[in-house]
Design a protein around this ligand. Structure first.
Ligand code: GLN
Length: 435
């Protein structure tokens, strides 16, 4: 059989290929000479399967795509409060290299624009470490996200440093506000080395999938940063990752993302997938033209928009019926699928609207594959209140989908493997012990 997903990706690449609009970044001379025809797309799933089509093994510099990962490292190394005190989380609506800081505090608005990213770089590694250790920490940390050792492209780094007047201006301004406490030129050098790390489209897909996978690299299994850090990073990517195109991006594509001026673009869908594209011609925002088109197409074809409404909660109640004959009749609520708040609410409503006449009630979880924490508490509260109303409550849970089923004060629940056991079980006395 021909491989289905690579065939699909090749078809999408073929569609965007004729678009030669835009131009490679020119303000970094070494990037201006990049082959503009390069084109690649890679997907990495949260269980570590990587699909790639086109130029997915061609190395290029990561540039601004390093920003969310360096932000993750700063949060991990210094904690949330010290980082948030220096770098905000508000979309700027401005270009990536805008010389703008928050009024009054001098804080950069967010870690995705250069001002925020230069500050973020200075917040990586321990507070007492020197510039070389910070660079080392960033390289080691980004390598863990990629799952292989990354190296700096010294030519691109030198080329950018020779023309880094704007970033130096930003750094000096940050220093004047004491947002930056280290030497501005040294910090810009470290940040520029961070941006000059070489990656492939395949690496970027794995890095994005690590964010999608709660901070665990799905290929190496390493927990690179905590889930809490990942949530912060993805949130900021969602609102600020595409600079002054953020609103267009959220509405059209709806995936937390980050672009880089070498032509890379990543998207990360929590719990689902990491995506990366590579095509060096940029639009006037500094985002890859064909990369944006690829993401628009992938998001729409694969239903990846985060604001897309998931399948309705209605389906949680598979059936509601009675089994056995009085006095041993059992009212069965047969549930299915994954249960979160919305699904649990549907179950609560069913129980409240149709007060069961039967003494025995069984909640059948045999076809339920997952229950989140709030849903677990809601289901246990249903069982507690039914007990208080005088019912005998059974949880049919052969695979322990709902662990530790303690309904709390005055509640009692008997766990059984199948509904038949609820019919044949001996009746309980009012003390809560089986009689
Ligand atoms: N190193 C680049 C810069 O600081 C990164 C910019 C980008 O990729 N948008 O200008």
């Amino acid at each position: 059989m021909r491989p289905i997903i690579p065939d699909y990706l090749a078809e999408v690449l073929g569609e965007v290929e004729p678009d030669v609009s835009g131009a490679p970044a020119a303000y970094i001379p070494e990037l201006a000479g990049a082959d503009p025809e390069r084109l690649g797309v890679a997907l990495a799933t949260v269980d570590g399967q990587v699909y790639g089509v086109g130029d997915v093994d061609v190395p290029f510099t990561i540039q601004s795509i390093s920003k969310p990962f360096a932000y993750a490292l700063a949060l991990a190394d210094r904690g949330f409060a010290p980082v948030l005190a220096k770098v905000g989380v508000e979309p700027s609506g401005e270009a990536f290299n805008e010389i703008s800081l928050e009024h009054g505090t001098g804080r950069p608005l967010n870690p995705m624009i250069n001002a925020g990213a230069i500050t973020t770089h200075s917040l990586t590694a321990a507070a007492d470490s020197g510039p070389a250790e910070r660079v080392e920490r960033v390289i080691e940390g980004l390598s863990a996200f990629a799952g292989r050792p990354l190296a700096v492209d010294e030519k691109v780094c030198a080329s950018e440093l020779a023309h880094a007047h704007r970033n130096l201006a930003i750094a000096h301004m940050l220093r004047s506000h004491d947002v930056l406490t280290q030497d501005p030129a040294v910090t810009v050098e470290g940040y520029t080395r961070q941006c000059a790390l070489l990656v492939t489209t395949r690496d970027l897909a794995v890095m994005a999938a690590t964010l999608a996978n709660r901070g665990v690299n799905p290929v190496t299994g390493e927990q690179v940063v905590t889930e809490k850090v990942v949530r912060q990073v993805l949130s900021v990517m969602f609102s600020c990752g595409m600079y002054d195109a953020a609103g267009d991006w959220i509405t059209q594509v709806g995936i937390p993302a980050k672009s880089g001026v070498a032509g890379g673009l990543i998207g990360s869908l929590p719990g689902r997938i990491g995506i990366a594209t590579f095509s060096p011609r940029l639009d006037h925002h500094g985002n890859s033209v064909r990369g944006v088109s690829l993401f628009e197409r992938l998001s729409s074809d694969m239903g990846l928009h985060l604001m897309g409404v998931p399948p309705t909660a209605r389906a949680v109640l598979r059936s509601h019926h009675t089994t056995g004959t009085p006095p041993h009749a059992v009212r069965v609520l047969d549930l299915q699928g994954g249960i979160g708040f919305a699904e649990a609410e549907r179950v609560v409503r069913e129980v409240q609207n149709t007060t069961p006449a039967e003494n025995r009630i069984a909640i059948d979880l045999t076809r339920v594959h997952s229950i989140d924490d709030v849903a677990r508490r809601m289901i246990l509260e249903i069982t507690r209140r039914l007990t208080l109303d005088g019912h005998d409550v059974y949880l049919v849970d052969p695979e322990t989908t709902l662990p530790d089923p303690d309904p709390g004060d005055g509640g009692h629940v008997t766990v059984v493997r199948e509904t038949g056991e609820a019919v044949t079980a001996p009746a309980r006395d009012t003390d809560g012990a089986p009689s």
